[in-house]
Write a protein that binds this ligand. Structure first.
Ligand code: SF4
Length: 365
């Protein structure tokens, strides 16, 4: 049921008052997903919360958590005359160790921006003498589309299409956060889109093993306020449970068809995350039956030299250790026009969101 403006304002006021009543002690809530970070800023939700409720961003921006090594590998591929890179546009400006895909494109490298991985198959068919590599970056939400593209390539007999997989799974990163000794999180606002694919089961460990409340939350302002309210309600009652605020979209079992296609094409594997290092079981690699579509396996590169940008604290931002404004480069050397790190590039990046919206009492600069 859609609320009109007056009803929405009334509901927001009621939730905000409820949050104020429940926020009797300082709590630290992590909004895991970059879409939440942006929605929180855009709707002014930080300004509605009591001082005692702190929101920190988490590792849910796929471009941000993709380490430089991946960018450097993609940039190295772009120097090969028989390779065409296809990518979503948000990867173009992410700084690698010494260049960006955007700079390589301006220099004439064959880099095509696509809106769906399926476009890569058309490019592969139009260029049979080239190898087309799709930069497969994203979480559970986007991985099924890449998997479907691989299935289609198989069905069409396209043998010059490959993926450079950096797909990642969110739950292992949350486990890494909870096992780190220096990070305190009292509750998680969980992404409503990855859970729409995976279902709730992969997130049950948060409450069952770590006794940390978690609420799967939608992306409207009222969703987020209600998600925070439900978390505070649990915290105030000393409870830890996994709740689903976004039940109009997220089913407990997720999307079985999407999970089936993922399981057919991919299997969990160790993966490197910016700021975390390698996390067991947090990535997706192609299964043996589909390895022939893996750029890493079929078109191996050697001698790629990689380094993280000096002074960038993106890794700490992604782990919730600091807020972006605590990075000395924030807004000075590092802006969306001239980003130092990935978190300032993506529209879902915490640093970019703080730069665009994050003035006022939450700004430390
Ligand atoms: S402000 Fe820039 S340099 Fe600092 S952590 Fe964010 S992306 Fe890195």
């Amino acid at each position: 049921m859609r609320l009109n403006a007056e009803e929405t304002a009334r509901a927001a006021r009621s939730l905000t008052e409820g949050i104020g009543r429940l926020a009797s002690r300082p709590v630290r809530i992590m909004e895991v997903c970059g879409t939440h970070t942006v929605a929180i800023f855009r709707n002014g939700i930080r300004q509605l919360l009591p001082e005692s409720v702190e929101l920190v961003s988490g590792p849910g921006c796929p471009v941000c958590v993709t380490p430089n090594e991946y960018l450097d590998t993609a940039i190295a591929y772009s120097s090969c005359p028989d390779i065409i890179i296809t990518t979503f546009g948000d990867m173009l400006k992410v700084p690698g160790s010494s260049s960006t895909l955007l700079a390589r494109k301006a220099q004439g490298a064959a880099i095509r921006v696509v809106y769906s991985p399926l476009e890569s198959l058309d490019i592969a068919r139009e260029n049979p003498d080239k190898k087309v590599i799709f930069l497969a970056v994203g979480f559970e939400t986007t991985a099924p589309t890449a998997a479907a593209t691989i299935l289609q390539a198989e069905q069409l007999g396209i043998d010059n299409f490959f993926v450079l997989s950096a797909h990642k799974l969110v739950p292992p990163a949350l486990r890494a956060i909870l096992t780190a000794e220096d990070i305190n999180v009292d509750g998680f606002l969980l992404p409503g889109h990855t859970t729409a694919i995976s279902g709730l089961a992969p997130y049950r460990f948060l409450a069952e093993e770590y006794r940390v409340p978690a609420v799967v939350t939608g992306f409207e302002a009222l969703d987020i306020l209600q998600g925070i309210y439900l978390l505070l309600e649990q915290i105030a009652a000393g409870k830890a449970a996994l709740e689903n605020q976004y039940s109009r979209v997220v089913k407990p079992e997720g999307n079985p068809a999407a999970v089936a296609i993922l399981d057919k094409i991919y299997q969990p594997a160790a993966a490197a995350w910016r700021g975390f290092g390698v996390i067991d079981g947090s990535g997706l690699e192609l299964t043996l039956a589909y390895k022939r579509f893996s750029a890493q396996d079929m078109l191996p590169l050697s001698g790629v030299i990689t380094r993280e940008p000096a002074g960038c604290r993106c890794g700490e931002v992604l782990r919730g250790r600091i807020v972006p404004a605590e990075c000395p480069q924030f807004g000075l050397n590092c802006t969306p026009e001239k980003p130092v790190g990935a978190c300032m590039v993506s529209v879902e990046g915490a640093c970019a969101a703080w730069y665009k919206y994050g003035q006022g009492r939450w700004s430390y600069v």
